[in-house]
Write a protein of this length. Sequence first.
Lengths: 436, 308
Amino acid sequence: MKRLYTFLTIFVLFSLVLTACGTPAPTTQPAAPVGGAPVEAPTDAPVTLKMVAWDISTTPYWQAVIDAYVAKNPNVTIELIDVSSAEYQDKVNIMLSGGDESDIITVKDIPGYSAMLTRNQIIPLNSYIETDGLDLSAYSGAAEELTYEGSIYALPFRSDIWILYYNKDIFDKAGIAYPDNDMTWAEYEDLARKLTSGTGADKVYGAHHHTWRSTVQLATVQDGKNTVIATDYSFMKPIYDMIVGMQKDGIIMDYGSLKAGSIHYSGVFKNEQIAMLPMGSWFIGTMIAAKNAGEADFNWGVAKFPHPEGVTAGTTAGTLTSLAINANSENKDAAWDFIKFYSGVEGAKALAKTGNLPALRTAEVLDIFASLEGVPAEATEALQTVTVRLELPMHPKVGAVEQILNEEHELIMTQSVSVDEGIASMTRRVAEALAE
Amino acid sequence: MDAMQFTHLNKTASGARRKTLTQNLVAYSFILPNLLGFATFTLIPMAFSLVLAFMHWDGANVVTWAGLDNFKELISDETFRIALGNTFYYVIGTVPPTMLASLGLALLLNQPLRGRDFFRTTFFFPYVASLVAVAVVWNMLFHPAMGPVNQLLTALGVDGAPRWTASVDWAMPTVIMASIWKGMGYYMVIYLAALQGIPSYLYEAAEIDGANAWQKLRYITLPMLTPATFFVSIMLTIASFKVFDLILVMTGGGPGRATNVLVIHTYNMAFRQFRFGYSSAIAMVLFIIVLIITIVQFRLEKRWVSYM
């Protein structure tokens, strides 16, 4: 017994010591008004900037834009820190919580952005933008999407929208006209049903929905009446009914099989197992590379994302990839100069040359993209947008809501619950999470 | 006179005490290097987590006092209840079958069989194999459409074979099977060592008394193995409560929340939603559960474990 007391005493002492030194310690940079006026002309002193990004070996544009920057600023060295894209945000969160001193943080998605800015791990860029007189309207709305309580914490450099990819050879063989740029989801389903043929290893599926929640839920928020953070999810029913119906009838591949086999959408498209694929515009670059490498020996095209009845064609959902400055960075001014370049016209041109869509889309930049070898002729038209909605809105609870939606999506798609049950469960659980 | 004797005695007593102290210090200095590492990487984080359970912390901003808020929230957290249930499901599904399987293997591979060493290595192999590789292979084996398991079942005429990890009902059994397969080799080695420690004269004496194989197993082998069984049951129970990596790779806690266990929930809360205080509270509940079960196991030890 006596030993137990000694143990407990030591334990309590330990805890007290830790509370004592733990409380004031956390790094609370109250979003310091960025140190004075930003340096105008870049100084010639050598600077090394560290930039956190994902999948460096398979993502050509990181280095392409860096090379363009370094050519103009030979005193700057940019060091890329590679993180796997699958666990990018988790890893970055842990790095930043541990006081990592990288200078530039690539922001992959809105939940990650939201998490970093509410925890003051990235700094507001407003004072830099004012000093340099940057015109944010050039980003056609993207900058507003990133503004939170009057401050913007990242500049967008890449912006992808959702479009429809199709295998021209499969359409030709079936004698069906290619999808046009004004197609409703109902027409899409009809087309998919017509294109499905064969059995076993020769089976061709009319369409393909990857296991991401967004491949189903984007269509439900396209009309702009709802966002995925809602108090009632019944608006998702029609699209879920359609997709689950297509899955039951074997028009699209089975969700459970895709998940258990970790099957990537690029594989099934390249193997000509699917006729149509709703996917982000980043897949254009992948397909060009695949064709050059001889992995995809067929003709493919792109069309505008299908839309719900009564919504204008060209309404789609998009994602923003942006750059932010770490609050712990010791080279904030140099980092800003780099970010400004990366997101600006020069960076956009370099990015477009690698087959990716920059956030800054001037006519000149789009021309560079469209004239790239391998970009389908239809791309120019298909990439014209009327309205682009963010996949996930800015919200402090977006992480918690996303987890719930992912879980319920999985239950609906594995047909563990009916569409109605799944949607009722989303409504109830999200309401509870938002109320906390 | 008396007084003098007393001083003398006192002197020897303090001398002895000093000697004990020196001896203790020497001993402590031997364990110090290990203790330092243990304290830095295990004890201090544990204590920190204990304190955090009573705090609100998002990993970056100021820590604020939460009192019992985190624990109150546990009561109303549906995912926590599901994860708690799933954890017990996993532990109960894993511990007894793994013990039986490893004991059976050890008994079998303790016989003078042909290729005995080969089989011992084979069964031990999963334990040293990379867990991620094991999880991926199991996912392929149990793939609902293309997996060899379901193809075999279909060929045998089974209609509507289970959809394994893609099914809410079968996901946990699939994970449990993978876990038994991966863990049994290690516990088999412990049982094998214990089997070889049983003196052969016991069996010889039993044979002279006319005992058959079953009686030898029942009255000699099993009682002599109780210390090993006790060790295995404690290690295995603790390991099962802590399950994380296998589930994360195989199902990610899904479908839905079907395989979400306490450690997965802790991880999600801490590193996905940045609620370090709340996740520490979950971890503390897990710690208390494991502590209670281990204490109970030790209490019951005297009733069934025999040390010869």
